[in-house]
Design a protein around this ligand. Structure first.
Ligand code: ATP
Ligand code: MG
Length: 539
């Protein structure tokens, strides 16, 4: 960088975006002496480049020490060897062509953002401000450029954008959650009725074959619908959960064990990289397993449908900064296109054929992770594969209080036997009430029905009952108010109340159920479950 010619070029940098014919701008201050420019060239904390860029190659006239540093060249490298605009420095080759076109067309660029590679191949984001001469016959262009490393700023921008997208996603989910929980709740009663009737009828011994087949189909399809409703309520934070200290690695192993056979026969290789010594997280192990299963099954399906084989990598590690246990589920499948990514966690977004996917797997996973105070995100490029990251906080400090689980019915295996106990069914849904009443009568109970709390109070005053099965939401007098009055009037019977309800976790109803200590079942429930609970309450 000593020849007068180069110094003169450097002087030209003072008017980087000036006229390419070299007409000096008017009123330009008197130039400092060349030695001062030379010192500036050596010391300035910006990359300075003067040279020629051609369609295939470049030739450097001058490159200052900061440019060498920025692109990872040794400080002793000769300026001619520092060629940051060579093709192999561009991560995205079309970006180089676009830059050349801009320089040829406009004669300059200002703060032109490029993703480039250093000498050691690591990525660096730079902004280029350059003035260019008119292209020569072979298409090469002489430029004078300032190059600024903006990697740090870009990283911050990206992080801000990530946070913004996460907020947007959370908001979208919250709004959808409300609507969906309403719809799911409305579906619970009819589903509970269909399930109850189908279950009851299919237990008959005298059915003709086509009738039996039909009933089995009704039963299995309504169970499928019930599972969908269940997923929707999980998404809408309406699922009971039990949290405890959970070893995430153990959950990963259990989940993989569940999929091991399928994976073996379908050409999926699994690599697990589970960090030793992970702290336990305060979580619902069952739900964490559900998150993992949903992600693992998605990855398997994606890899198989694209390549008929695949490699699944599961990684866990502890992030001390965020005090979280992190999981990565990575596949080498088709990846997820950029334009699809914003929709990926939305309910019912699926690319699978009808009947193959409901589009709820990721929605539910996202909701569960969020409910645990954690975060979930996706990184993917089309044709390269996808990585889903799950972050679970170790302390669980900011969690909403975990709703208690419903007391579990003991499975003693005893057959339902005839009993003369009398049961009052308090339920405003006539169809469901009659299905439940019929099943109880089948099991030998004497059954009465009241269509709301007020009617029920009248009946318990007039007649003795051994147990009450009661809905929570009812017109006139709801389950809660009925129970309060009953507790005062007939405390012994109040201890034999079983609630059935569609809305539980995170609601007032849940606090009430917990406080009352009563048994309760979530709709839609199975008849067997109800009968077992009645038996247990009566013994
Ligand atoms: N690892 C992956 N690779 C590629 N695409 C994926 C991956 N995981 C999810 N997807 C895409 O995201 C969509 C939504 O996934 P999601 O799990 O929510 O629903 P689904 O798998 O289609 O249905 P289901 O309700 O049975 O889970 C999928 O249909 C698929 O297109
Ligand atoms: Mg899925």
């Amino acid at each position: 960088m000593q020849s007068p010619q180069t110094i003169a070029d450097l002087c030209a940098l003072g008017g980087l975006c000036a006229d390419r014919r070299g007409i000096p701008p008017r009123n330009r201050p008197v130039k400092p002496p060349s030695a001062a420019f030379a010192r500036l060239f050596e010391a300035v904390q910006e990359g300075v480049y003067i040279g020629t860029i051609g369609p295939e190659s470049t030739a450097t006239i001058a490159a200052n020490p900061h440019l060498k540093l920025m692109f990872g060249y040794p400080s002793e490298a000769s300026e001619a060897d520092v060629r940051p605009f060579d093709c192999d420095h561009f991560i995205d080759p079309p970006a180089r062509l676009a830059l050349l076109e801009r320089l040829a067309g406009d004669g300059s660029v200002t703060d032109y953002l490029l993703r480039m590679r250093r000498a050691d191949q690591s990525a660096v984001w730079v902004e280029v401000t350059a003035a260019a001469d008119a292209p020569s016959a072979d298409g090469s262009i002489r430029i004078e450029a300032l190059v600024r490393d903006v990697s740090e700023r870009k990283k911050l921008d990206d992080e801000t954008r990530d946070i913004y997208h996460q907020l947007l996603q959370a908001e979208k989910m919250a709004a959808l959650g409300q609507t969906i929980s309403g719809v799911a709740h409305e579906l619970n009663n009819p589903l509970a009725t269909i399930l109850s009737w189908a279950e009851r009828l299919s237990q008959r011994n005298t059915l003709e074959e086509p009738v039996r087949r039909g009933l089995e189909t009704i039963l299995s399809e309504s169970e499928r619908a019930a599972r969908i409703v269940h997923s929707l309520l999980t998404f809408a934070r309406k699922r009971q959960t039990t949290r405890a200290m959970v070893d995430v690695n153990q959950v990963v192993r259990e989940t993989l064990a569940l999929r091991a056979y399928e994976q073996r026969v379908s050409n999926i290789t699994v690599i697990d990289a589970l960090a030793a010594g992970l702290p336990p997280v305060f979580a619902d192990g069952y739900q964490v397993k559900q998150v993992l299963l949903n992600l693992v099954i998605n990855a398997e399906q994606a890899m198989l449908s694209a390549n008929g084989r695949g490699v699944l990598v599961l990684r866990t590690w502890y992030d001390a900064k965020h005090e979280s246990v992190n999981l990565e589920i990575n596949d080498d499948g088709p990846g997820i296109a950029d334009e699809v990514q914003p929709k990926i966690f939305d309910p019912f977004f699926t690319t699978k054929e009808v009947g193959k996917g409901t589009g709820l797997g990721l929605t539910v996973a996202y909701a569960i992770v969020q409910e645990h105070g954690g975060r979930m995100r996706l990184e993917s490029r089309a044709n390269v594969g996808a990585s889903f990251y799950v972050e679970l906080p170790v302390t669980g400090g900011n969690l909403p209080p975990a709703p208690a689980s419903a007391p579990r019915a003991r499975r003693d295996g005893a057959a339902d036997k005839a009993t003369s106990a009398s049961v009052l069914v308090v339920e405003d849904e006539a169809a469901l009430a009659s299905a439940v009443a019929a099943a109880l009568r089948d099991a030998g109970y004497l059954v009465e029905h009241a269509s709301d709390g007020r009617a029920a109070l009248g009946m318990v005053r007039a007649q003795a009952f051994d147990a009450v099965i009661c809905d929570l939401k009812m017109p006139r007098l709801d389950g809660k108010a009925f129970y309060r009055t009953l507790s005062a009037a007939a405390p012994a019977l109040a201890r034999h109340v079983i609630f059935v309800t569609g809305d539980v976790a995170g609601t007032e109803a849940e606090a009430f159920l917990e406080q009352s200590g009563c048994r309760w079942l979530a709709k839609p429930f199975r008849l067997g479950e109800l009968l077992r609970t009645v038996r247990e309450v009566l013994t």
